[in-house]
Design a protein around this ligand. Sequence first.
Ligand SMILES: Nc1ncnc2c1ncn2[C@@H]1O[C@H](COP(=O)(O)OP(=O)(O)OP(=O)(O)O)[C@@H](O)[C@H]1O
Ligand SMILES: Nc1ccn([C@@H]2O[C@H](COP(=O)(O)O)[C@@H](O)[C@H]2O)c(=O)n1
Ligand SMILES: [Mg+2]
Length: 213
Amino acid sequence: MATSEFPAQKDGSKAVLQETTVVVFVLGGPGSGKGTQCPKIVEHFGFRHLCAGDLLQAEIESESENGTMIQNFKKEGKIVPSEITVKLLQQAMQQSDNKRFIIDGFSRNEENRAAFENIVRIKPEFVLFFDCPEEELTKRILNRNQGRVDDNIETIGKRLKVYFESTLPVINYYNSKGKVQKIDAQRSIEEVFEDVKSVFAKLRPVARVGSTK
Ligand SMILES: Nc1ncnc2c1ncn2[C@@H]1O[C@H](COP(=O)(O)OP(=O)(O)OP(=O)(O)O)[C@@H](O)[C@H]1O
Ligand SMILES: Nc1ccn([C@@H]2O[C@H](COP(=O)(O)O)[C@@H](O)[C@H]2O)c(=O)n1
Ligand SMILES: [Mg+2]
């Protein structure tokens, strides 16, 4: 079986990533419902949910060497250098028993996309795209009330600009490869999940069983 290898581990061994690893990128504007729908996909289809934004937030909270820089990027709604984010995703993938991943909030720009494909050497099975109008995104974020430093009207404007200028081109790139599953995300949470279910139900059966770790 063809495999690709992750870089060497601390103990000198290499984590081998098998052909059977399945990656789905989950994209959509800020507030489109990625973080709401992903746990439902985990529950119904047994994927491991990795959220790029949460992994970066954990770096801020652990006061790692990059924590302050990441916090400043987040406050400005900017995309953190890809090397950092891809390394965090790679570590989380290596540490997981589950080899089927939904990666929420990734690839956010062309640099993210290229870094993941070059370093992890896996192409996504497909991109789940939550399509939602700007006014609805803004309304949802302002009502979210989770204490996020970037959930304020000033940063929302910056995040939306980054989304339209940098993330939509990535979605268009994957669309040109026939890899985008577009969901109308303006409807209720339940209605959106009905469509999400239809998309995942079409995956080969191995994607529907196993550990969620
Ligand atoms: N279909 C929906 N209808 C109404 N509200 C929703 C819907 N989906 C999610 N929400 C609400 O909108 C807010 C944003 O949702 P969520 O956190 O899932 O978005 P997100 O795409 O992960 O955003 P971000 O990119 O900022 O992390 C939350 O308060 C959530 O409860
Ligand atoms: N690939 C990514 C994902 C996120 N970020 C940074 O985190 C912020 C919050 O992300 P959410 O997915 O939770 O909205 C985002 O605005 C970026 O600052 C990133 O740099 N790269
Ligand atoms: Mg989210």
